[in-house]
Design a protein around this ligand. Sequence first.
Ligand code: TYM
Length: 332
Amino acid sequence: MSEKKIMVSGIKPSGKITLGNYIGALKNWVDNQDEFENYYFIADLHSVTVRQEPAKLRKQTLDSLALYLACGLDPEKNIIFIQSHVTAHPELSWVLSNMTYMGELNRMTQFKDKSKKNEENLNAGLFTYPVLMAADILLYQADYVPVGEDQKQHLELTRDLASRFNNRYSDTFKVPEPYIPKAGARIMSLQEPTSKMGKSDDNENGVIYITDTPEEIRRKFKRAVTDSVGIVQYNDEQPGIKNLLTIYSVLTKRPIEDIVKDYEGKGYGDFKTDVGEVVIEALNPIREKYEALISDKKYLQSIYQSGAEKAEKIARKTLRKVYKKSGFVPRF
Ligand code: TYM
């Protein structure tokens, strides 16, 4: 048995993976892969809470897998799978949904935001979304869940559900902790620096996708919204510059103060160009690896098949305990 602590996380294939996803989550998965026992999946079941075009969803799911690998996740060190391949996830979600209160789900800020954007498709899945997320995590007895800031509230619910089940029956689930990066947990749109950079933002100029070409990245950073202060410094009154400084600092591992010093007496033009170049340097090798991987469907298939097989074993073990404690008669 491995003594390593367990990490679990996922990304929805509801669009192309962004620089926000990379800095807030994926990069930390890669940086920590040696230290933990890791389960990373593509959250396709979560993505259909918003209407998806089937062919596009299929493509985006495989793209996400190729990108996980291209970012440096090693299939020898991580169990990588597609969420819908391990049916224990929706099964546990059902059990947990019977101990989740409507009031708890009503309070979720992501639900409130999404329901405003999806008034014409305010479906039950969007409401129970965090319960499935709790199941994703609890099935693997996760210690840590590496995510961006926006998932913190869902993690709190996950912890509450784990404790509630443990108290009602007996110790079954580990109570997980969020693992949120100190810097970069909330990367903002380049066009609207007071809103989060998101996969399905209407204004694509504000979003950097990991697969963007150098030309696209250069163009988007040139157009990045700044302010009229004219000084490169890190403060809340200058959200655009603050966001660019965060991106620069996380990707180069240089302290913000040092970067600020470099730009004393210089205008925003140089700074924006340089941030663009830093991002190109970080993303270009990933895009090149992605392009090679995405054409090798057989290889990708072998990864997700063996990943699901391994994940299934662990997940079933937890689910069996849950069913037994709930009073369901075992089939075997
Ligand atoms: P999703 O697909 O919206 O985002 C994937 C991950 O990226 C982080 N993230 C960001 N971090 C920094 N800045 C941003 N602008 C930014 N945008 C997104 C998110 O916090 C997340 O970590 N519900 C999850 C997927 C999920 C999941 C899970 C995660 C399903 N089951 C179980 C952890 C554990 C989601 O919608 O992520």
